[in-house]
Ligand binder design. Structure first.
Ligand SMILES: O=C(O)CCC(=O)C(=O)O
Length: 298
């Protein structure tokens, strides 16, 4: 077997078992440099791509926002450098491998910027599963790539995953955690207590904080609980999350746990299918990234 096949098999086995996977260095410096330049200029509110009409209001991002953690969604639709990064074939190739998909589209891309500051509210990202936000998605085979723009250590609040939590049994308590939208939460202690209590049901609660060098990327399964701590360093911790959907993914009507209709952020501005439902294959909002447009770049 060729070395690349062995590496692929190891990656897939690890992802299936643990619900996450960290790559070696896969991103070139220049792509990261250009992305960092965008982030440095973000407060100037200047975008170099033509932002789709429906996104405009949603994207308003007033400078001076006091929160230490800032989430800027659909970032790849606004800046060419970020689009180049999020459509980089080596990332999509790995996502395709891990999800067993022959075709992948972007579902969303988000910049998560954590300024230094431990004490303030919103300094941390709460434990959550991405699937909680994807109730209207038909596919269980989506995945997220987490792309830090700089070396990212534990003290900077790197991504933490709950090892193998994607494979936890589907009990009432586990399902409640999996469906809770707790990326932003007021009470991290309470959330932790709910997770910790699962130990009495023989669930293994095993936190892994994934330190990554610049150019490395981690992937996590939609049912893997993850979150991140405060940034205790002196520099900003900037990372881009790329949420991938496989070709079969489509809108399905769903309800939230409180009985209200579920809705994804872009349901209001993606194109419509003939039956009037949101089109998750809208090429403008959800472009295809695998296979790459130019096979030579794969
Ligand atoms: O950047 C973070 O701390 C959180 C990222 C996250 O929740 C995700 O990539 O799904």
């Amino acid at each position: 077997m060729a070395t690349s096949d062995v590496l692929d098999t190891e990656a897939l086995t690890f992802y299936r078992e643990h619900g996450w996977f960290a790559t070696g260095t896969v991103l070139p410096e220049d792509l990261l440099d250009r992305a960092e330049e965008v982030v440095r200029g973000l407060d100037e509110d200047r975008r170099d791509l033509r932002v789709p009409q429906g996104l405009r209001d949603f994207l308003a991002w007033p400078p001076g926002m006091p929160r230490p953690t800032r989430l800027n969604q659909y970032i790849a639709l606004q800046y060419q450098a970020i689009s180049d990064l999020t459509s980089f074939p080596a990332l999509a190739r790995t996502a395709a491998l891990l999800t067993g998909s022959s075709q992948l589209r972007i579902f969303n891309t988000a910049l998560i910027r954590k300024r230094p500051g431990a004490a303030r509210q919103y300094a941390r990202v709460g434990w959550h599963c991405d699937r909680a936000y994807w109730a209207t998605c038909s596919s269980p085979r989506m995945t997220t790539a987490w792309v830090p723009l700089q070396d990212t250590t534990v003290s900077m609040g790197t991504l933490a995953v709950m090892d193998a939590s994607h494979a936890w049994p589907d009990t009432t308590d586990v399902r409640a955690l999996r469906t809770a939208k707790t990326f932003i939460t007021e009470d991290h202690d309470l959330l932790w207590d709910r997770i910790d209590a699962l130990r009495s049901g023989a669930v293994s609660v095993d936190v892994r904080r994934i330190e990554l060098r610049r150019g490395q990327v981690s992937f996590h399964h939609p049912l893997t609980l993850h979150g991140s701590g405060a940034n205790l360093s002196e520099v900003s911790r900037n990372a881009i999350s790329i949420h991938y959907q496989d070709a079969a993914n489509h809108y399905v009507p769903a309800v939230e746990t409180d009985g209200t209709p579920a809705e994804y952020v872009h349901d209001g501005f993606v194109g419509r299918l003939p039956n009037g439902e949101p089109d998750y294959a809208d090429p403008e909002i959800c472009p295809t990234v695998w296979p790459p447009a130019s096979p030579a770049s794969a």
